[in-house]
Design a protein around this ligand. Structure first.
Ligand code: PGA
Length: 231
């Protein structure tokens, strides 16, 4: 699954070296970034003309907070792939004015976009980025309260109990406007929500169900995550 996803990214960069790519954090994409870094080291891809945005962040955190989304992206991709900070936009989730952080992100995407590839994972409640159940399908960058399950599951990224309340995230309208929206899921624990998202009703109560409406999307699943889908 990681190799297939990495190859789609490689092809896109070959077609358009200055592509704008949205990277997601979490357990699922780590293998993809490892492969992309190896590919760059072996000269199979050159990221130097690309632009990158980070999908989301826990409000109140930055790249120095171990367990934050930005810290993860630096550790697994930006630093080993030697991405220049001028080529990326990360949410300022510590800003007093979070609306201004959202506007800065939306402007960067307008300027450097459209998004060529938007990688997203899926939460146990069907969230995409930190678009929680009830999120507006027509939203751009925004910040909102986290769902209780996200607060609970989110603890897995931290070494100690961490207070999580709000998230700042790209919106579902960004996903609809991306050339290639790409949903990633692995592991048996994602099988139920993948079935609901891909074969249940399209509703903003399950934000990932928006993928049923996206004609140019890729859904990248391992066998376990796909195991409850009806063929
Ligand atoms: P995970 O997170 O890859 O750590 O399962 C997915 C998500 O919540 O988007």
């Amino acid at each position: 699954m990681c190799r297939a996803a990495a190859d789609i990214i490689l092809n896109q960069i070959k077609l358009k070296p200055d592509s704008l790519i949205c990277l997601t954090s979490g357990d699922t994409p780590a293998g993809i970034y490892k492969l992309l870094v190896e590919d760059a080291q072996q000269g199979k891809v050159d990221f130097s003309a690309c632009y990158f945005v980070g999908l989301d962040e826990w409000v109140g955190m930055d790249k120095n907070d171990t367990g934050s989304c930005t810290n993860f992206l630096y550790e697994t991709f930006f630093t080993p792939a030697r991405i220049d900070p001028s080529r990326m936009m990360i949410f300022d989730a510590k800003a007093a004015n979070l609306d201004a952080s959202c506007a800065a992100m939306d402007n960067f995407i307008k300027e450097k976009g459209p998004l060529a590839i938007m990688l997203v994972g899926i939460g146990m409640n069907g969230h995409i980025g930190l678009n929680e159940p009830g999120a507006d399908f027509n939203s751009y960058a925004h910040h909102s309260a986290l769902a209780p399950v996200t607060i609970e599951v989110g603890q897995k990224y931290f070494t100690h109990q961490t207070q999580l309340t709000e998230g700042i995230t790209l919106g579902l309208k960004h996903l609809q406007e991306a050339k290639i929206p790409m949903l990633l899921a692995s592991g048996i624990k994602k099988a139920n929500i993948i079935k609901l998202a891909l074969q249940g009703e399209v509703t903003n109560q399950v934000p990932a169900s928006i993928f049923q409406t996206l004609s140019s999307a890729y859904v990248m699943l391992d066998e376990d995550a796909a195991s409850l889908l009806v063929h």
